[in-house]
Ligand binder design. Structure first.
Ligand SMILES: [Zn+2]
Length: 150
């Protein structure tokens, strides 16, 4: 609850709100004020590994739920144990779920590797899913797709 309300004891909070004699900079990168928003989505040290892990776990849960929803046989009972396979097909072959696969296109597209592709083999259609976990200040940019148009 404290994190959601942005009321965690950060260095910025200690310096600016409680007026302690501390440095308000991030304890990891020393580059920006240590605010909840910066910790959640903008620290260059956390970006190297922790944000990628978070993104991949969200995608794995989404993949797990899609597999369950399309009757794909799963090895694990819980989403947090689920390790997505590159290709999954449901019984009868009506739906194929692709994980982290490059899409072949007739022109060069910089970001053509969506996280999940759900292919309806009867209709011949695909749904591309790309997950972005952005901070509040980047939500409008990410939501518009302006950084990843295909
Ligand atoms: Zn930092």
């Amino acid at each position: 609850m404290a994190a959601q309300d942005r009321a965690l004891q950060t260095e910025y909070c200690a310096t600016e709100v409680l007026n302690t004699e501390t440095d308000s900079k991030c304890r990891l990168c020393q580059q920006f004020d240590e605010t909840i928003d910066r910790i959640m989505s903008a620290c260059p040290i956390l970006a190297k590994e922790q944000y990628i892990k978070r993104h991949d776990r969200v995608c794995a849960q989404l993949h797990f739920n899609i597999c369950q929803g399309t009757a794909v046989q799963l090895d694990k009972k819980h989403w947090y144990e689920h390790v997505p396979k590159s290709v999954e097909t449901n019984p009868g072959g009506k739906v194929t779920i692709l994980w982290n696969q490059q899409v072949q296109t007739d022109r060069t597209i910089p970001n053509n590797k969506p996280d999940i592709i759900i292919r309806d083999n009867e209709k011949g259609t695909c749904m591309l899913m790309d997950v972005a976990i952005s901070g509040d200040r980047n939500a409008i940019k990410k939501g518009s797709g302006e950084d990843s148009k295909i």
